[in-house]
Ligand binder design. Structure first.
Ligand code: SF4
Length: 216
């Protein structure tokens, strides 16, 4: 099956992984991560969306240091209503062309942009070298997010980033999702040199669902 082209932001992750100095216990790589994947109960309903096992392959390593963040919790608290991006992705929202709306119509665009800037400040202060973020989120998504409210029928999707992911990307911090399995294998091979890379692993844009949704 033909796959979609590798997005530029993933190429920037690969470039970083090819050039960063080896991570060690003394100099671990600081990696920004969506709080829900660190078992934070920061989802809209106060759960972690069942995401706590998503990064099991990266657990127990002493040469990485997690820097968890939840931009939606920072901006709106928890619990909160479901937000989605309308008329474009996170980059479009930063440019004033898309809106971050809750499912009751409230506009959270200014709030999430401010929280994303705060997250960027945290990332820069911590010397973050990479961000691993929860895909499909209007704040954290990096490859695929909803286009308009996810409760719409039929639900629509767009290739693009959430607002925090776009903010980090623009500032030069490489971003990837937990669903970018090919890239995850590259990350693992840097963190665990003995790691045997799975050649069948696919990034999210290569997944049959993504190709079927957006065309190959
Ligand atoms: S905003 Fe990001 S960290 Fe927070 S719950 Fe959503 S996906 Fe997880």
């Amino acid at each position: 099956m033909p796959s979609l082209p590798t997005p530029d932001h993933l190429r920037r992750v690969w470039a970083a992984l090819d050039t960063l100095p080896d991570p060690t216990a003394q100099r671990p790589w600081p990696i920004l991560v969506s709080g829900c994947m660190m078992s934070w109960g920061c989802g809209i309903d106060g759960t972690s969306y069942g995401m706590e096992r998503a990064l099991d392959l990266l657990r127990g390593l002493d040469n990485l240091r997690w820097v968890p963040v939840c931009p939606e919790h920072m901006a709106f608290g928890t619990p909160r209503r479901m937000p989605d991006l309308h008329d474009g992705d996170g980059h479009a929202a930063l440019d004033g062309h898309a809106r971050f709306l809750f499912d009751d119509g409230q506009d959270g665009t200014a709030g999430i942009i401010a929280a994303a800037a705060e997250a960027l400040t945290l990332a820069q202060r911590e010397g973050v070298v990479l961000a691993v973020l929860t895909d499909m989120s209007a704040a954290c998504g990096t490859q695929v997010i909803s286009l308009g409210a996810r409760s719409d029928s039929p639900r629509r999707f767009q290739r693009g980033m959430g607002v925090m992911a776009a903010t980090l990307d623009r500032a030069g911090i490489p971003v990837m999702s937990q669903r970018d399995h090919r890239t995850m294998q590259r990350l693992l091979s840097r963190l665990r040199p003995e790691h045997s890379v799975d050649p069948a692993a696919l990034d999210h844009h290569e997944h049959p669902w993504t190709v079927a949704t957006f065309g190959g």
